[in-house]
Write a protein of this length. Structure first.
Length: 269
């Protein structure tokens, strides 16, 4: 029997990268999946946007595991469309047990190169999108007698990584949301936690080499903040998904309001 057998998980940013990995890892352990992703062009980012074909591939891979999946193209900033996708998925699969607020974007720029558009876009996706996700799912968890909410923060949600002011602000804000919701939703047997990755081997996670280079050359004292304590440069998506699985499963039934670092010691510097 799988570690989340018979449960239903809602995952944002599921078209590829960490989101797809979370969907597959939970499906491998018995969960059915409600998946959403923007799956469209995102302005200002320096890595390829996810596509509808990527989302369809997530569906294919989950179904190959003999699990059910409902996938919808939706922007987490669109509160009403997101709520409609949640409600439709729950109506089709019957309930909701697990929420993984994973969708996010990243733009590397120094403080004076961070435009108002980049700020609004990053806060809207990485912070307001998480708020929209919880606002749309919490009642379903309450109706189901409890559940687990896992929010993707970052090492940048614990320390002030350079050249990421909008991202750092959003990811710190996710920790605040986690703490607030962990407090308010505990009486309904809902646990709320964050995971804090270091770099992850995804299109977003590997963008930093070219973008950080000139900035670190100009500000060399800041380079050490990006280093990991363990002798690796980057983690794999499944490393983060294993943490999500633990927080989604009954193995963590008394774990709430936790900042779970899967960061190879990055936040120790």
């Amino acid at each position: 029997m799988g570690r989340v057998e018979g449960k239903v998980a809602f995952i944002t940013g599921a078209a590829r990268g960490q989101g797809r990995s979370h969907a597959l890892r939970l499906a491998q352990e018995g969960a059915d999946i409600i998946a959403v992703d923007l799956a469209d062009h995102i302005p200002n980012i320096d890595y390829p946007s996810a596509t509808e074909e990527d989302l369809a591939e997530t569906v294919r891979q989950v179904e190959a595991l003999d699990r059910r999946i409902i996938a919808t193209k939706v922007d987490v900033r669109d509160r009403e469309a997101l709520r409609a996708a949640i409600d439709d998925g729950v109506a089709q699969l019957g309930k909701l047990d697990i929420v993984v607020a994973n969708a996010g974007i990243c733009v590397i720029a120094d403080w004076k190169g961070t435009s108002a558009e980049v700020w609004d876009q990053t806060i809207g996706t990485n912070l307001t999108g998480v708020w929209n996700t919880v606002q749309g799912t919490a009642q379903h968890l309450i109706d189901n007698g409890g559940g687990s909410i896992i929010m993707t923060s970052s090492a940048a949600g614990i320390k002030g990584l350079p050249f990421l002011s909008a991202y750092v602000s959003a990811k710190h804000g996710v920790v605040g949301l986690m703490r607030a919701y962990a407090t308010e939703l505990a009486e309904y047997n809902i646990r709320v936690n964050t995971i804090h990755p270091t770099g992850v081997n995804t299109p977003m996670g590997t963008l930093g080499g070219d973008a950080f280079g000139p900035l670190l050359e100009a500000h060399p004292k800041l380079g050490g903040m990006l280093a990991n304590l363990l002798p690796i440069e980057i983690t794999e998506p499944v490393d983060q998904s294993n943490a999500v699985l633990f927080l989604a499963s009954d193995e963590s039934r008394y774990v709430t309001s936790l900042e779970l670092t899967v960061d190879a010691g990055n936040t120790q510097f």
